[in-house]
Design a protein around this ligand. Structure first.
Ligand SMILES: [Zn+2]
Ligand SMILES: [Zn+2]
Length: 208
């Protein structure tokens, strides 16, 4: 997954051409200090990612691909890599395009890619640690674990992967205040996704 992420990053230079009429925005952006650019880049990327993620859940054709990510019955650091190849390439490309077009410095985009890789692993990890108020600022394991909960009340929640504020803006923030973790993980209907990486990749192309 991370190798594909790096390959996609390297191939987004064509997107910079799209930014020809975005010169004013790009110049303004590059005048900002790098740390501020980074914060803005994470917000823009996560908003784009979360809207796309919600589409994966709501559009039946896209759900066929995303259902594979939700078929994990136990979450651990590797669960973030259980994904259909089409989803990895589509999501990573679409999330990076606005970053390049808006004109964030390359070092900022690279730093974002590192954060995305680290947070994808961290968010799925079975750390079992609660981080208190920090769970409201950054997406940490308990936050994303609820996105994977086998619980009808959470099928439309926690689409952000970096900043919970994005879910607050989208009305999909549901972190339980009592520090609970989900009791079970996986699809409401486990028969939706077969076992085995080859069968899973093929199943996404089959009409249901
Ligand atoms: Zn999802
Ligand atoms: Zn996940």
């Amino acid at each position: 997954m991370q190798a594909i992420l790096i390959a996609v990053t390297a191939s987004t230079s064509w997107a910079a051409a799209l930014g020809d009429h975005a010169h004013v925005v790009q110049q303004g952006m590059r005048a900002l200090p790098a740390w501020l650019q980074f914060v803005l880049a994470v917000f823009v990327a996560d908003l784009g990612q979360a809207l796309l993620h919600r589409a994966y859940h709501r559009v039946p054709l896209l759900w066929r691909f995303h259902a594979i990510h939700h078929s994990s019955l136990h979450l651990d650091w590797l669960a973030g890599s259980r994904m259909h190849l089409v989803e990895i390439v589509l999501t990573r490309s679409l999330v990076l395009v606005p970053l390049v077009v808006i004109g964030f410095e390359q070092a900022v985009v690279n730093a974002y890619v590192v954060l995305a890789g680290v947070q994808a692993v961290l968010a799925h990890a079975n750390l079992g640690t609660r981080f208190g108020w920090l769970e409201h600022v950054l997406v940490l394991p308990r936050y994303h674990h609820w996105h994977h909960a086998r619980d009808r009340a959470f099928v439309d929640a926690h689409y952000a992967i970096h900043l919970p504020v994005v879910d607050r803006l989208m009305g999909t923030f549901r972190l339980p205040h009592d520090g609970r973790w989900p009791e079970a993980y996986g699809l409401l209907d486990p028969s939706e996704v077969p076992e085995g990486i080859v069968a899973q990749h093929a199943s996404a192309f089959r009409r249901r």
